[in-house]
Design a binder for this molecule. Structure first.
Ligand code: ATP
Ligand code: MG
Length: 141
Protein backbone atom coordinates (compact mmCIF):
# COMPACT_ATOMS: atom_id res chain seq x y z
CA UNK A 1 0.00 0.00 0.00
CA UNK A 2 1.26 3.45 -0.94
CA UNK A 3 1.87 5.63 2.09
CA UNK A 4 0.29 9.11 1.99
CA UNK A 5 2.84 11.72 3.04
CA UNK A 6 1.17 15.07 2.34
CA UNK A 7 -1.88 16.68 0.69
CA UNK A 8 -2.05 20.12 -0.91
CA UNK A 9 -5.27 21.84 -1.99
CA UNK A 10 -5.57 24.67 -4.50
CA UNK A 11 -8.70 26.64 -5.38
CA UNK A 12 -9.39 27.49 -9.03
CA UNK A 13 -11.86 30.28 -9.80
CA UNK A 14 -13.92 30.20 -12.99
CA UNK A 15 -13.23 32.79 -15.71
CA UNK A 16 -10.36 34.42 -13.83
CA UNK A 17 -7.76 34.68 -16.59
CA UNK A 18 -5.69 37.20 -14.62
CA UNK A 19 -4.54 34.59 -12.14
CA UNK A 20 -4.49 31.63 -14.55
CA UNK A 21 -1.47 29.49 -13.75
CA UNK A 22 -1.40 30.33 -10.05
CA UNK A 23 -2.34 26.83 -8.86
CA UNK A 24 0.02 25.06 -11.27
CA UNK A 25 2.88 27.41 -10.32
CA UNK A 26 2.28 26.63 -6.64
CA UNK A 27 2.23 22.90 -7.43
CA UNK A 28 5.56 23.19 -9.25
CA UNK A 29 7.09 25.11 -6.34
CA UNK A 30 5.83 22.63 -3.76
CA UNK A 31 7.15 19.64 -5.72
CA UNK A 32 10.58 21.25 -6.17
CA UNK A 33 10.70 21.93 -2.42
CA UNK A 34 9.96 18.26 -1.76
CA UNK A 35 12.94 17.31 -3.92
CA UNK A 36 10.88 15.62 -6.66
CA UNK A 37 12.99 15.05 -9.80
CA UNK A 38 12.84 17.70 -12.57
CA UNK A 39 11.47 15.20 -15.12
CA UNK A 40 8.52 14.38 -12.85
CA UNK A 41 7.99 18.04 -11.92
CA UNK A 42 7.80 18.89 -15.62
CA UNK A 43 5.17 16.22 -16.31
CA UNK A 44 3.06 17.26 -13.33
CA UNK A 45 3.37 20.92 -14.37
CA UNK A 46 1.96 20.16 -17.83
CA UNK A 47 -0.89 18.15 -16.33
CA UNK A 48 -1.77 20.65 -13.61
CA UNK A 49 -1.59 23.66 -15.94
CA UNK A 50 -4.00 22.05 -18.44
CA UNK A 51 -6.32 20.97 -15.60
CA UNK A 52 -6.29 24.46 -14.10
CA UNK A 53 -7.00 26.21 -17.41
CA UNK A 54 -9.84 23.79 -18.17
CA UNK A 55 -11.47 24.55 -14.82
CA UNK A 56 -11.09 28.30 -15.50
CA UNK A 57 -12.39 28.35 -19.09
CA UNK A 58 -14.88 25.45 -19.15
CA UNK A 59 -16.28 25.08 -15.63
CA UNK A 60 -17.95 26.90 -12.75
CA UNK A 61 -14.75 26.65 -10.71
CA UNK A 62 -13.28 23.93 -8.55
CA UNK A 63 -10.22 22.59 -6.81
CA UNK A 64 -7.00 20.78 -7.56
CA UNK A 65 -5.58 18.38 -4.99
CA UNK A 66 -2.04 17.07 -4.96
CA UNK A 67 -1.36 13.98 -2.87
CA UNK A 68 2.21 12.94 -2.23
CA UNK A 69 2.78 9.22 -1.64
CA UNK A 70 6.08 7.43 -1.11
CA UNK A 71 5.90 5.88 -4.61
CA UNK A 72 3.56 8.17 -6.63
CA UNK A 73 1.89 11.55 -6.92
CA UNK A 74 -1.89 11.78 -7.34
CA UNK A 75 -3.42 14.88 -8.88
CA UNK A 76 -7.18 15.37 -8.63
CA UNK A 77 -9.00 18.11 -10.58
CA UNK A 78 -12.60 18.41 -9.36
CA UNK A 79 -15.01 21.11 -10.50
CA UNK A 80 -18.60 22.18 -9.87
CA UNK A 81 -20.07 21.53 -13.29
CA UNK A 82 -21.56 21.91 -15.83
CA UNK A 83 -19.79 18.70 -16.84
CA UNK A 84 -18.69 17.21 -20.14
CA UNK A 85 -21.48 15.73 -22.28
CA UNK A 86 -19.38 13.44 -24.47
CA UNK A 87 -16.18 12.29 -22.78
CA UNK A 88 -14.90 10.38 -25.80
CA UNK A 89 -15.21 13.49 -27.96
CA UNK A 90 -13.60 15.66 -25.27
CA UNK A 91 -10.61 13.30 -25.18
CA UNK A 92 -10.15 13.55 -28.97
CA UNK A 93 -7.18 15.65 -30.12
CA UNK A 94 -8.40 18.90 -31.69
CA UNK A 95 -11.91 18.86 -30.20
CA UNK A 96 -12.71 22.12 -28.41
CA UNK A 97 -15.71 24.15 -27.35
CA UNK A 98 -13.55 27.04 -26.11
CA UNK A 99 -15.13 30.50 -26.40
CA UNK A 100 -13.75 33.17 -28.71
CA UNK A 101 -12.43 35.01 -25.65
CA UNK A 102 -10.48 31.91 -24.59
CA UNK A 103 -9.21 31.35 -28.14
CA UNK A 104 -7.96 34.94 -28.33
CA UNK A 105 -5.78 34.15 -25.33
CA UNK A 106 -4.32 31.12 -27.11
CA UNK A 107 -6.47 28.39 -25.56
CA UNK A 108 -8.77 26.08 -27.49
CA UNK A 109 -6.46 23.83 -29.52
CA UNK A 110 -8.27 20.83 -28.04
CA UNK A 111 -5.01 19.34 -26.79
CA UNK A 112 -5.29 19.78 -23.03
CA UNK A 113 -7.00 16.53 -22.04
CA UNK A 114 -4.99 14.37 -24.51
CA UNK A 115 -1.75 15.91 -23.18
CA UNK A 116 -2.80 15.32 -19.59
CA UNK A 117 -3.41 11.67 -20.39
CA UNK A 118 -0.09 11.31 -22.25
CA UNK A 119 1.83 12.62 -19.25
CA UNK A 120 0.01 10.36 -16.75
CA UNK A 121 0.78 6.82 -15.62
CA UNK A 122 -2.92 6.36 -14.75
CA UNK A 123 -5.70 8.65 -15.98
CA UNK A 124 -9.37 8.54 -14.94
CA UNK A 125 -12.06 11.00 -15.93
CA UNK A 126 -15.75 11.01 -15.05
CA UNK A 127 -18.33 13.71 -15.51
CA UNK A 128 -21.93 14.56 -14.66
CA UNK A 129 -23.81 17.88 -14.61
CA UNK A 130 -22.62 18.19 -11.00
CA UNK A 131 -19.03 18.29 -12.14
CA UNK A 132 -16.03 16.72 -13.77
CA UNK A 133 -13.57 14.59 -11.82
CA UNK A 134 -10.11 13.79 -13.11
CA UNK A 135 -7.79 11.51 -11.12
CA UNK A 136 -4.22 11.10 -12.26
CA UNK A 137 -1.27 9.11 -10.93
CA UNK A 138 2.36 9.80 -11.71
CA UNK A 139 4.79 7.17 -10.47
CA UNK A 140 7.88 8.50 -8.76
CA UNK A 141 9.88 5.31 -8.42
N1 ATP B 1 -13.54 20.88 -16.62
C1 ATP B 1 -14.27 20.87 -17.73
N2 ATP B 1 -15.61 21.15 -17.67
C2 ATP B 1 -16.39 21.13 -18.78
N3 ATP B 1 -15.92 20.85 -20.01
C3 ATP B 1 -14.61 20.58 -20.13
C4 ATP B 1 -13.72 20.57 -19.01
N4 ATP B 1 -12.48 20.23 -19.44
C5 ATP B 1 -12.60 20.03 -20.77
N5 ATP B 1 -13.86 20.23 -21.20
C6 ATP B 1 -14.40 20.05 -22.57
O1 ATP B 1 -13.51 19.20 -23.29
C7 ATP B 1 -13.00 19.90 -24.43
C8 ATP B 1 -11.57 19.45 -24.68
O2 ATP B 1 -10.72 19.87 -23.60
P1 ATP B 1 -9.17 20.13 -23.89
O3 ATP B 1 -8.52 20.59 -22.66
O4 ATP B 1 -8.62 18.89 -24.53
O5 ATP B 1 -9.19 21.27 -25.01
P2 ATP B 1 -9.48 22.83 -24.86
O6 ATP B 1 -9.46 23.22 -23.41
O7 ATP B 1 -10.72 23.16 -25.61
O8 ATP B 1 -8.21 23.46 -25.62
P3 ATP B 1 -6.70 23.50 -25.06
O9 ATP B 1 -6.63 22.70 -23.80
O10 ATP B 1 -5.87 22.90 -26.16
O11 ATP B 1 -6.41 24.96 -24.85
C9 ATP B 1 -13.17 21.37 -24.10
O12 ATP B 1 -13.20 22.19 -25.23
C10 ATP B 1 -14.51 21.34 -23.36
O13 ATP B 1 -15.59 21.21 -24.26
MG1 MG C 1 -7.89 22.62 -22.20
Amino acid sequence: MAELIKIFEYEVIANDFNIAGTASSAIKRNLKQLGISPVIVRRVSIISYEAEINIIIHSNGGNIYLEIYDDKLTLRAYDNGPGIKNLELAMTEGFSTASNAARELGFGAGMGLPNMKKNSDAFKISSTEEGTKIDIDINIE
